[in-house]
Design a protein around this ligand. Structure first.
Ligand code: HEM
Length: 285
């Protein structure tokens, strides 16, 4: 008879919701990592998988999940993301029908929502590629640079000034690790909660160069928070600063714009068949 064959299995929204719930559960079960959550590094994985997109050649982007392969996994910008990829392996083993490329972006959505962020519309449709689809090194931003570099890198993905500033607020989350990027410390005092605090402190704190042997970075007076040169470029540049001021004053405005721009980032270059975007409920895991 027509027995079950994995080829005939067409997953529904409910099937993807189960994966969302499983990721949320795994986040809750692994609170001994870093500042208490794998959430930030999952967001960074989804962003680095997507941010390789090039509008001109239509290469890169989340479709393909080519960071599974060397050389892309070894690109300097991706240092430390193995922790996020490994975190998701048990989920992939339990739901082998989801592609890595869908899983990584769904994990970014789940992590962001579970940490208190806005709902992010998402849809499936990414296919895993092979090693030949790996993107060349240098497509992701270099934190030691400034506004010209940010506009070049994000412009190549198709983003404007407002979108660059909106995306950058993700640095409310997580931290820099000396054994990954070489930089050190968190941006905010609440690195596992989504807030607009990145913009507030960028404007309100006094930032000085950190005196140390590592790469040039800024620190606040209490020496407990940091900024990268690229973060500081957002207040040095007049056009960027307008949006920093807007988002510092209005968290709801940032939530709305962030949700739009991150959904766009995760979809760059993906040849979707499905029109409809789904939203998943935050779960009490
Ligand atoms: C972490 C650079 C934009 C999300 C980091 C780190 C660097 C960096 C150097 C530290 C990595 C480590 O040592 O573990 C940059 C630069 C950007 C940028 C130069 C250009 C604007 C973004 C965007 C997002 C993002 C657009 C997401 C929308 C994150 C998160 C972390 C992080 C969540 C924390 C990861 C963790 O705690 O493990 N970024 N980033 N970043 N970045 Fe960015």
């Amino acid at each position: 008879g027509a027995g079950f064959s994995p080829k005939e299995f067409i997953p529904t929204k409910e099937d993807y919701a189960k994966i969302y719930e499983e990721i949320a559960k795994r986040l809750e079960e692994n609170e001994d990592y870093d500042d208490g959550s794998y959430g930030p590094v999952l967001v960074r994985l989804a962003w680095h998988a997507s941010g390789t997109y090039d509008v001109e050649t239509k290469t890169g982007g989340s479709n393909g999940a080519t960071m599974r392969f060397q050389p892309e996994s070894d690109h300097g910008a991706n240092a430390g993301l193995k922790a996020a990829r490994d975190f998701l392996e048990p989920i992939k083993a339990k739901f082998p029908w989801i592609t890595y490329s869908d899983l990584w972006t769904l994990a970014g959505v789940c992590a962001f929502q579970q940490m208190g962020g806005p709902v992010i519309p998402w849809r499936p449709g990414r296919a895993d590629g092979d090693i030949s689809a790996c993107t060349p090194d240098g497509r992701l931003p270099d934190a030691s640079k400034e506004q010209k570099h940010l506009r070049a890198i994000f412009g190549r993905m198709g983003f404007n000034d407002q979108e660059i500033v909106a995306l950058s607020g993700a640095h409310a989350l997580g931290r820099c690790h000396t054994d990954r990027s070489g930089y050190d410390g968190p941006w905010t005092h609440s690195p596992t909660m989504v807030t607009n605090n990145f913009y507030e402190i960028l404007l309100d704190e006094k930032w000085n160069w950190k005196k140390w042997g590592g790469p040039a970075q800024y620190e606040d007076k209490s020496k407990s928070r940091m900024m990268l040169p690229t973060d500081m470029a957002l207040v040095k540049d007049r056009e960027f600063k307008k949006y920093v001021e807007k988002y510092a004053k209005d968290q709801e405005a940032w939530f709305k714009d962030f949700s739009d721009v991150i959904a766009k980032l995760f979809e760059l270059g993906v040849p979707f068949k499905q029109e409809e975007k789904w939203t998943f409920k935050v779960v009490d895991a």
